[in-house]
Design a protein around this ligand. Structure first.
Ligand SMILES: O=C(O)CCC(=O)C(=O)O
Length: 268
């Protein structure tokens, strides 16, 4: 069982490059459960909604501000491996800001335009950009199925203004183009269970999925305790203590979640 702690070198890398990638953060049996559960979870799909990109193509996601302790998603959000690592990277206690499953479907899955997450989290009353996400691949993510793209080190630009691009918030394109000449573009091709921790000001996007393979991922987003939003009633929650769970809970909770899903299948 992996008891993950982030090294000083990784903390330094996160500060310099705006991201840290940890391959195999979730082991085969854990990610296999996450895969089976998410693909069989009819509620997840029925609660999903679409966001149109600039070209009019739609990509879907299911976003949750709340934690349901009987689900594998929550066990991952609460895990030392993700939340504990995130606290180390951001240098403070973190709380759950939201999590989402991105459902980029074959052939139809639209793009996510260039943006910074803090570009719009700012509007929720967060004073500091001390916020970050951890993307965990459920399906293999490749250039063909529209893997995440990042501009390495671009978090150093600070927050860029965002406007509407399709139904999404996109960063000012003149600045994105200038940033593209200054920071290396990295295609984050990932295998199931690989994780990418990335800073709220890191410029990122993903292309349309023109392949015949889905690209689903779980993204867990955290805010720091010192950055409790200055307004209440925003799109995502204000600070509340996040209880962290030992890493083995992912398998324990995941197995129970899978059994519950199977028991709910008509005719089972
Ligand atoms: O996973 C993707 O394709 C993009 C996700 C993203 O940009 C985000 O969640 O901010």
């Amino acid at each position: 069982m992996v008891e993950m702690t982030v090294s000083d070198a990784q903390v330094d890398e996160f500060a310099r490059l705006g991201y840290v990638r940890i391959n195999g953060l979730f082991q085969a049996d854990e990610v296999d459960l996450l895969y089976r559960i998410s693909k069989a979870d009819r509620e997840l799909v029925s609660q999903s909604y679409g966001r149109r990109d600039a070209a009019g193509q739609t990509t879907r996601l299911t976003l949750r501000n709340d934690l349901d302790d009987s689900t594998i998603y929550t066990a991952i959000v609460r895990s030392q491996r993700v939340a504990g690592a995130m606290a180390r990277l951001l240098g403070d206690e973190v709380y759950h800001y939201h999590h989402k499953v991105m459902l980029k479907e074959p052939r139809v899955g639209g793009a996510w335009e260039w943006h910074q997450d803090y570009g719009y989290w700012y509007d929720n009353g967060c004073l500091y950009p001390d916020m970050a996400s951890c993307l965990i691949a459920i399906d293999p993510a490749t250039r063909e199925n529209g893997c995440l793209q990042i501009l390495e080190g671009s978090q150093r630009l600070g927050r860029i203004n965002h406007g509407r691009t399709g139904e999404q918030a996109g960063a000012d394109l003149q600045r994105v183009q200038a940033a593209m000449q200054r920071f290396p573009l990295v295609y984050c091709e990932m295998g199931p269970g690989d994780a990418l921790f990335f800073h709220g000001n890191l410029l990122h996007c993903s292309a349309q999925n023109t392949s015949d393979k889905p690209r689903w991922s779980l993204i867990c987003c955290y805010n720091t305790k010192h950055n409790d939003p200055i307004i209440t009633g925003g799109r995502h929650p204000n600070y509340s203590y996040l209880e962290l769970w030992p890493d083995q809970r992912v398998l324990e909770v995941g197995r129970r979640h899978w059994e519950t899903l199977q028991a709910s299948v008509p005719g089972s």
